[in-house]
Design a protein around this ligand. Structure first.
Ligand SMILES: Cc1cc2nc3c(=O)[nH]c(=O)nc-3n(C[C@H](O)[C@H](O)[C@H](O)COP(=O)(O)OP(=O)(O)OC[C@H]3O[C@@H](n4cnc5c(N)ncnc54)[C@H](O)[C@@H]3O)c2cc1C
Length: 311
């Protein structure tokens, strides 16, 4: 979430992300510039090396192959196959990583049934491997379809999770309506540009809603992934843990994005919490990078500095 002053810049960056010219230029030079700070690489091997190194430092990993908005059924099948293969590799090599993916990567824009079948296949392999999988949450137009698919998966699997975004006005109701499923829920603030008719416009409201979602989730059965780099929210959760006599492991975990707030992540591991880093990789890293730049336009300076320091 950008501050109010940063909002216009955020909108400019997200709009630039739609430009084919910007996309071509960033795709060509981005990885050499600064993208590697946020993306583990383009190949499975590059990802696996990063995951092993993070495991060795005490972090669990959420593997995300970068991809979204797939319009071709064969491509959606390939994406699902890759997730299944990675889950088997994690089991074979003892890597502490699960998978999280966007339903539009496995076919939601083509046919919700295709996305459901692909997601079921991944859930089944994850279950065979004693592992979990999570549906990321995308733009608001996908929320109903994503929740519907989550509910159908949950009817068959107990190793599936989903995500709610605290910037959406509806999220507390969505949480309440899933509590009976003892959900494995990741709570985030939300990474897309949404209109004020459906989303809180003030950062303070987004943050307050985040806390409401966490408190509601932790007061019920299930497992909660608190996915934020916001030190104030982390401190609040730590207070809740002490006051509510919650165990540091078992009911919730902290999650952060690879490359963002690494010191906070390290501190949380040292305090004995389970901490999972979401590590994206793959060749379709452009939209992911643009969302990270838009969240914190200061990253743009970091990214562009790479253009000069490498020459
Ligand atoms: C594990 C994980 C999974 C996610 N999954 C989803 C998802 O499925 N759907 C979705 O819409 N969003 C997702 N997000 C993104 C999320 O919605 C926010 O956009 C993002 O986490 C920034 O919000 P914040 O909670 O860190 O709080 P903010 O208030 O935005 O930031 C708090 C502080 O964190 C640091 N920070 C935050 N972002 C950055 C950045 N890009 N670069 C450098 N420092 C930064 C800064 O110090 C900032 O002051 C995910 C985030 C995480 C951590």
């Amino acid at each position: 979430m950008a501050s109010l002053l940063e909002r216009p810049l955020r909108a400019v960056i997200l709009a630039a992300a739609e430009s084919p010219a910007v996309q071509r230029a960033v795709n060509r030079y981005g990885m050499q510039l600064g993208a590697r700070r946020f993306v583990a690489g383009e190949t499975d091997d590059e990802f696996l090396a990063v995951a092993r190194a993070l495991n060795a430092r005490g972090f669990a990993v959420a593997c995300g192959i970068l991809g979204e908005g797939v319009r071709d059924g064969a491509e959606a099948l390939v994406a699902a196959d890759r997730y299944c293969a990675l889950l088997r590799t994690f089991a074979d090599q003892g890597i502490d990583a699960n998978v999280a993916f966007k339903l539009t990567h496995v076919g939601l824009d083509i046919d919700p049934e295709l996305a459901f079948r692909n997601a079921s296949r991944i859930a089944r392999v994850a279950r065979e491997c004693g592992n979990t999988m999570r549906l990321d949450m995308e733009q608001s137009r996908y929320v109903d379809a994503t929740l519907a698919i989550y509910r159908r998966l949950r009817a068959e699997f107990d190793n599936v999770g989903f995500v709610l975004q605290s910037y959406l006005l509806r999220s507390l109701d969505d949480l309440r309506s899933t509590l009976d499923l003892e959900p494995n829920l990741r709570i985030v603030k939300g990474a897309y540009l949404e209109p004020p008719s459906i989303a809180f416009a003030q950062k303070s409201d987004v943050d307050a809603n985040y806390v409401r979602l966490v408190e509601t989730a932790l007061a019920h059965s299930g497992y909660t992934a608190i996915a934020t780099h916001d030190p104030a929210i982390v401190a609040h959760v730590e207070r809740l843990v002490v006051e509510g006599h919650l165990p540091r492991r078992g009911r919730f975990e902290f999650q952060l994005l690879y490359g963002i707030s690494p010191q906070l992540a390290q501190t949380l591991v040292e305090r004995g919490y389970r901490v999972r880093l979401a590590v994206p990789f793959g060749d379709y890293w452009f939209p992911y990078l643009m969302r990270r730049l838009a969240e914190r336009p200061a990253n743009l300076a970091f990214f562009l500095r790479g253009a000069f320091s490498k020459r």
